[in-house]
Design a protein around this ligand. Structure first.
Ligand code: FAD
Length: 314
């Protein structure tokens, strides 16, 4: 049975949904080993083992930067003879995959939404308009997988004892950058955008005021997203951007407010289960993919929705 490596940038006692998806997908393809991008305690190792890892690779680099991570991944791929390496499709995962791909002279495939037993990768292209099937001609295939692409098992896996960790000696890495300090981002108290069940997103139509979007998000317990027009205007952090050059989300409910629905925005949200669009222009393209469309001013519609949700919640 071939080995499949999964890159876990930040191991934790509760693996993120994206990590669980990567482990689940890898488990369908072969025997899974996880490559640890940061030190993991026993609880994190046990949780990753429960999700299918049969062993771990780590290195004593003490770095969270991409160069040592790529060196570790390449060393782990060589040691295990892995047929494929799965990584998250975020900017860090893509960069680590690219660097490791150069070291291994191996194919790198980004934006994957599925990998089959023959390691043929389904990948969405042209802002999600097409799905193509590709295969790396030189392995191990380094595949970055979009979040929300893999169905997770309905039941949590049974607890497991932590699988063994193999520490690799990466030798002299040469002049690499060093982390001199870290500052934790202030917690918003809202769910993580990529993993949230509900998302409320605002666009240029909010006209600089995300207040109504935030208020509805908090009434629902939703994460906040945005169009590129809103992030480029500096109304909200770039990490909230959804779309072709932002995050891909697939929540149960996506509320789009003051967003026209350009193809690059749709690329990041069109697989949401239920889409509600609020826009004052009845011809806005977002209504083409909305399950429920509300033609109106978001400054009037969103507060009414938030008030009604709070009333029903009691
Ligand atoms: C290579 C490339 C990559 C891109 N990547 C992304 C990406 O990742 N994500 C992304 O979002 N965009 C992306 N874009 C930009 C994209 O093409 C659009 O320009 C952008 O999505 C527009 O944002 P918007 O819908 O907020 O603004 P607009 O298109 O200006 O739409 C604003 C909408 O708000 C409505 N509105 C105004 N006032 C109100 C109100 N009071 N109440 C209700 N509705 C109101 C208007 O009717 C309008 O439909 C990309 C573009 C390119 C070329």
């Amino acid at each position: 049975m071939s080995h499949i490596l999964v890159y876990i940038q930040a191991p934790a006692a509760v693996p993120t949904k994206s990590q669980r998806e990567l482990l689940t997908l890898a488990g369908a393809l072969g025997e899974v080993r996880a490559v640890l991008g940061a030190p993991a305690d026993d609880a994190a190792l046990a949780a990753l083992t429960a999700w299918g890892a049969t062993g771990f690779y780590a290195a004593d680099t003490g770095e969270a930067l991409v160069a040592p991570q790529a060196a570790l991944l390449a060393a782990a791929a060589k040691d295990s003879g892995a047929a494929a390496v799965l990584l998250p499709n975020d900017s860090h995962g893509r960069e680590v995959a690219a660097r490791a791909g150069v070291k291994l002279d191996a194919g790198v495939i980004t934006d994957a939404i599925d990998v089959d037993a023959d390691l043929v990768v389904s990948k969405s292209v042209l802002a999600g308009s097409y799905t193509v099937r590709v295969k790396a001609t030189r392995g191990p295939a380094l595949v970055t997988v979009k979040p929300n692409s893999v169905h997770l098992p309905a039941e949590e896996p049974a607890a497991a004892n932590a699988a063994p960790v193999q520490v690799l000696d990466l030798g002299e890495l040469g002049p690499v950058a060093t982390v001199t300090g870290t500052v934790e981002r202030t917690a918003s108290g809202r769910p993580d955008l990529a993993e949230a069940r509900f998302v409320v997103a605002g666009g240029r139509g909010v006209d600089g005021d995300f207040g109504p979007v935030e208020d509805l998000a908090d009434a629902l317990g939703a994460a906040i997203g945005a169009s590129r027009a809103a992030t480029d205007a500096g109304w909200i952090d770039h990490s909230a951007q959804i779309g072709q050059t932002g995050k891909t989300v697939s929540p149960q409910l996506y509320i789009s407010a003051g967003i026209s629905g350009a193809i690059q925005q749709k690329a990041g949200m069109q697989s949401s289960t239920y889409i509600v669009a609020v826009n004052k222009d009845p011809d806005a393209p977002v209504f083409e993919i909305a399950d429920l469309g509300i033609v109106g001013d978001l400054a009037e519609v969103l507060p009414q929705a938030a008030a009604e949700i709070r009333r029903r919640k009691g």
